[in-house]
Structures are given as C-alpha cells and as structure tokens.
Design a protein around this ligand. Structure first.
Ligand code: ADP
Ligand code: TMP
Ligand code: ASP
Length: 254
C-alpha cells in the first residue's frame, strides 16, 4: 500500500487513549491516532501531557516491529506522521489479556500480597472488555458463554500468543534495564480469520520497573500520583531508541 496517498476517512470511534478513523476507500485498514490523554480507573481519573500520543505511537510501533521479527503477527502496518499508525482492521475479541510476571496492581490487592513477588512462568488472565461493567475478570467458561471467544481452542491460542509475547518482551525490556512486571494486550481476527495482536503495547498498558532503582516507569505514576509521568514515558522511549532503535526503526512515513 502506498502510504503517501492515504487519506483519513471518518472518525469511527473515540476511545480513552486513541481515535480510530477509517482510511478513505480502503475497508481493510484503520488509521489510529494516539491522543495525549491519559485515563485511569475506567476514566474516572483524567489527565494528559504534551507529546504523549507521539511517544506511545513510537513505543508501540517499535514493539510491534520487534515482535514481527520474532514471528508474532500484529495489526501494525506503518507509522504515519507523529502520532498516527496505519493498521489492519480487525474484528476485535472483547477480552483484555493480562500476563503477570510479578505480583502487582489488582493481583496484589485481590490476594493481599506485597508487590514485587515473582510468578514463575507467568500467568495469563482474561478480563471482559466492557467499560459499563468495568472490565470484569472472566473464567474461560464465562468468556465462552459471553461469546467473547469462538471456542476453547481460540482461548488457548490467545494464551499461547500471550506467553510468546511475554517471553519476547521480557528480554526486550531487560535489554533496556527494565523489568516487565505485567501487561495487557488485545487481539482480533483478520480477514483470513487468523488471531493477531491488535491495539497497543505502551507504558499505558504495561508495568515497567527500572531494574536498578525499582522506580516505576509506566502509567502507575499517574494512577498513584507519583509525579514524573511524562519523564517516565520519555525515559522508556529514549532507552528503547538507544538499544533497539537501529534494528527497530525504519519504515515510518513522515
Ligand atoms: P478504549 O476503547 O479502551 O478506550 P482506546 O482509546 O485505545 O481504548 O481505543 C482504541 C480502540 O480500538 C479499542 O477499543 C481497541 O479495542 C480498538 N482497536 C485496536 N486495534 C484495532 C484494530 N486493529 N481493529 C479494530 N479495532 C481496534
Ligand atoms: P491490573 O493489575 O490493574 O489488573 O493491571 C494489569 C496490567 O494491565 C497492568 O500492566 C496495567 C494493564 N491494564 C490496562 O492496560 N488497562 C486496564 O484497563 C487495566 C485495568 C490494566
Ligand atoms: N485503562 C483504564 C482507563 O484508562 C484503566 C487503567 O488503565 O487503569 O481508565
């Protein structure tokens, strides 16, 4: 596809962190715009910082490129401008798939455990993506009852890809002296019916702790009023560019 000829179509959806546009005359792709907005607790808490959209777009596209080389297929097609991305249009699977390597966040709260404990091998959890219900945790059987996934085989596919993504990303972040504590990903079905990775992987959707200082370099800084939110996102992108930049950049259309 010729990126330079692309024209933004109608706004199809505005979410908490992104706007989703059609691509004019092209039903197979979407135009994602990453916003500067930041929300937490199902948008009860709102904020923003300058260039957040551009930073998250850059982080997401570098990660998708990295995963592509590790044979994890995603919806990513190309960067566009500073804060936009062209992606394959997917039929989204309404599950938030969370992988945890360490005890933190809702898992720490639910089981009254201190944050930071290792979870060997990592665990996968499904949450039903529904803002009105505040994205409740669901078992495999509940996800199937809700028709969020086609069948048990599809759920197993989500788990398998999620574990693969985790294995790749743990090493990716270790290389920038960051521990990947946990993260959330979303999947969809492409035109061939294959399950592929969609949405974004950014400090909005991951917990990232500095290996040495244990400082949080992710959206928890905003959720917990720790300050230095913008600095943390900048730091992650800076380290990614230093270490992974040469391999991961390129292909963007400005
Ligand atoms: P939310 O909907 O949770 O507020 P965003 O602001 O990030 O989240 O909005 C982006 C929306 O686009 C999400 O609902 C996400 O599921 C959806 N989405 C992401 N990637 C794709 C894709 N490739 N095809 C269709 N929808 C997508
Ligand atoms: P949790 O500990 O709050 O359940 O979050 C687990 C991971 O999922 C964490 O990295 C943050 C991410 N996440 C999202 O991306 N979106 C959400 O709506 C929630 C609740 C968590
Ligand atoms: N994604 C949710 C929100 O934006 C919750 C969170 O990330 O804490 O409100």
């Amino acid at each position: 596809m010729k990126m330079r000829d692309l024209q933004q179509g109608e706004l199809l959806y505005e979410g908490k962190a992104k706007k989703v546009f059609a691509v004019r005359g092209d039903a197979e792709h979407l135009w994602l715009h990453f916003k500067d907005d930041l929300t937490a607790f199902n948008a009860q808490k709102r904020g923003s910082f300058q260039n957040k959209g551009a930073i998250n777009r850059d982080i997401a596209s570098m990660i998708f490129r990295f995963l592509e080389r590790a044979e994890v297929t995603s919806h990513f097609v190309a960067d566009l401008g500073e804060s936009d991305m062209i992606c394959e249009k997917l039929e989204m699977i309404p599950l938030e798939v969370v992988v945890r390597n360490r005890v933190a966040g809702s898992f720490a709260k639910k089981f009254d455990l201190p944050e930071g404990g290792h979870i060997p091998g990592g665990i996968v959890e499904f949450y039903y993506k529904n803002d009105a219900l505040q994205d409740p945790f669901v078992s495999d059987d509940q996800a199937l009852y809700l028709k969020a996934a086609k069948d048990q085989r599809e759920l197993e596919t989500l788990k398998r890809i999620a574990i693969n993504v985790n294995r790749e990303l743990v090493d990716f972040f270790l290389a920038i002296r960051v521990d990947l504590i946990d993260f959330k990903i979303e999947f969809g079905r492409n035109a061939d019916g294959d399950v592929v990775l969609g949405d974004e992987i950014t400090p909005d959707s991951c917990r990232l702790w500095d290996r040495d200082s244990k400082e949080r370099l992710d959206k928890d800084r905003f959720r917990r009023d720790l300050g230095g939110v913008s600095e943390a996102y900048h730091e992650i992108l800076k380290r990614m560019r230093e270490v992974h930049g040469a391999r991961a950049m390129g292909g963007g259309v400005k």
